[in-house]
Design a protein around this ligand. Structure first.
Ligand SMILES: *[C@@H]1O[C@H](CO)[C@@H](O)[C@H](O)[C@H]1NC(C)=O
Ligand SMILES: *[C@@H]1O[C@H](CO)[C@@H](O)[C@H](O)[C@H]1NC(C)=O
Length: 415
């Protein structure tokens, strides 16, 4: 009986979620699928986990053929990585073309690869020879895509650490490290020319861990708090992540690049850490990631870019047992390797998937009416991805869809 009860609640929740997402388009959730571990489920068994958190975009650190094959025809979008160890080779057009043929073209269009990130946090290694290879590698891969006719569907970028900033507070004063400006400027030019996003990995957790006495925990965890006002812009910030993102917008603007899109390629919070890693607890991880997911689905931009979608990839899908470094490094996952939730993300119902259980997403916050588009609603806006997602769930999915369409018809009539 209890099972029936929770199933029923789940159905109500899903129809509410679908209704909200059908009537108010929501930004989609991205998730980082790191695999530095020897105990992770097979990629086939990862698909339901990705879907259970509502993620429609996955970021891979490489171009793992098993993953790219398993996710064919799932509708999930992929950003794949070209590791730092391959950068120096990519200025050779033949090598770049081979890489793109083998790791991208071979999976299109069944697997929706939309972006390649060339190198991870390269500039903050302070290795000038590696940094010097970055732009030529990005250009090499882009040229290969052009020659294969794929550049319209696949963009090229790289992911930076927030440590490329010298100043991040207040957000309006955001500026790049002076010693990196000469290297970053031509990369920004590349983004502007090719229309690719600027990727930044941003962790309010690090700021808190370094100064737990000074940084208010609620401000970093998206909990209700007074926030801060940027004295120069007068903009109000109630969470640190938005302040960090706007600091990057300021840094870009200060070099004359006001129109680039920023995607947050990593952010997250560890559920466990060493004694000297303040704040790394399941309670805090649940607040950070639960609130973050609500924020992403609420379709609210940052104070500087209120109308821009938040493109955020949560770090990470799994706890990764073979990552070096402090304990926190192995405990960023939403899931344990057996597929069970590392902690509840705020919505306690679970559903069986094979032998494991998964956490369901917390209900999205109702979008504020002021920011929601006024019309263009109704059943027509149920996306094909949504149809695919739920119609593939057999009879339950079909019932949900029918219910959803009925509810939407009512909404259309009422509106
Ligand atoms: C790189 O250089 C910056 C600025 O000189 C310094 O703050 C940072 O700690 C260095 N990073 C590494 C990994 O050496
Ligand atoms: C489920 O568990 C059983 C026994 O523990 C095991 O034999 C089986 O392979 C598992 N199935 C999956 C899909 O993991």
């Amino acid at each position: 009986m209890e099972l029936f009860g929770s199933r029923f609640h789940f159905l109500c929740f899903v129809s509410l979620f679908l209704l909200i997402s059908a009537v108010f388009p929501v930004s989609s959730i991205g998730i980082n699928y790191g695999q530095i571990a020897n105990n992770l489920p097979t990629p086939e068994n990862v698909i339901p986990l990705v879907k259970s958190i509502g993620a429609t975009k996955v970021k891979l650190y490489d171009a793992d053929p098993k993953v790219l094959k398993a996710f064919a025809n799932t509708g999930v979008e992929f950003i794949i990585g070209l590791g730092n160890e391959y950068l120096s080779g990519m200025k050779d057009p033949a090598k770049a073309r081979d890489w793109v043929k083998t790791n991208v073209q071979a999976y299109l269009p069944a697997t929706k690869i939309t972006c390649i990130f060339v190198g991870n946090e390269v500039l903050t290694f302070n290795d000038t020879s590696l940094s010097g290879c970055l732009l030529p590698a990005m250009e090499g891969v882009h040229t290969a895509l052009v020659s294969l006719g794929l550049d319209k569907q696949v963009t090229v970028t790289t992911a930076h650490s927030l440590a490329i900033l010298e100043t991040s507070y207040p957000p309006s004063a955001g500026a790049f490290r002076k010693d990196l400006v000469n290297c970053i400027t031509p990369i920004l030019n590349f983004h502007a020319k090719t229309g690719s996003p600027f990727l930044i990995n941003a962790y309010p957790y690090f700021a808190y861990k370094d100064s737990p006495k000074q940084v208010p925990l609620d401000f970093v965890l998206f909990q209700p708090n007074q926030g801060i006002v940027d004295p120069a812009s007068n903009l109000h910030y109630d969470n640190m992540l938005f302040a960090q993102i706007d600091a990057v917008y300021s840094a870009l603007a200060s070099l004359g690049y006001k129109k680039l899109f920023i995607h947050i390629s990593e952010t997250g919070w560890p559920s466990k850490g060493d004694e000297n890693e303040a704040g790394a607890t399941p309670e805090n991880a649940k607040k950070y990631n639960g609130n973050l997911i609500k924020l992403i689905t609420s379709k609210k931009g940052t104070p500087m870019r209120p109308n821009c979608d938040l493109n955020i990839y949560v770090f990470a899908l799994f706890n990764e047992n073979m990552k070096p470094g402090p304990t926190s490094e192995r405990n960023y996952g939403l899931f344990k390797p057996d597929g069970s939730p590392a902690y509840s993300i705020g919505f306690s119902t679970t559903t069986a998937t094979g032998n494991s259980t998964v956490a369901l997403p917390s209900p999205p916050a109702a979008p504020e009416s002021s920011s929601s588009p006024s019309s263009s609603t109704g059943y027509l806006s149920i996306s094909s991805a949504t149809m695919e997602r739920y119609s593939s769930n057999g009879i339950v999915g079909t019932l949900i869809l029918v219910l959803l369409i009925l509810i939407n018809l009512v909404v259309v009539v009422v509106v």
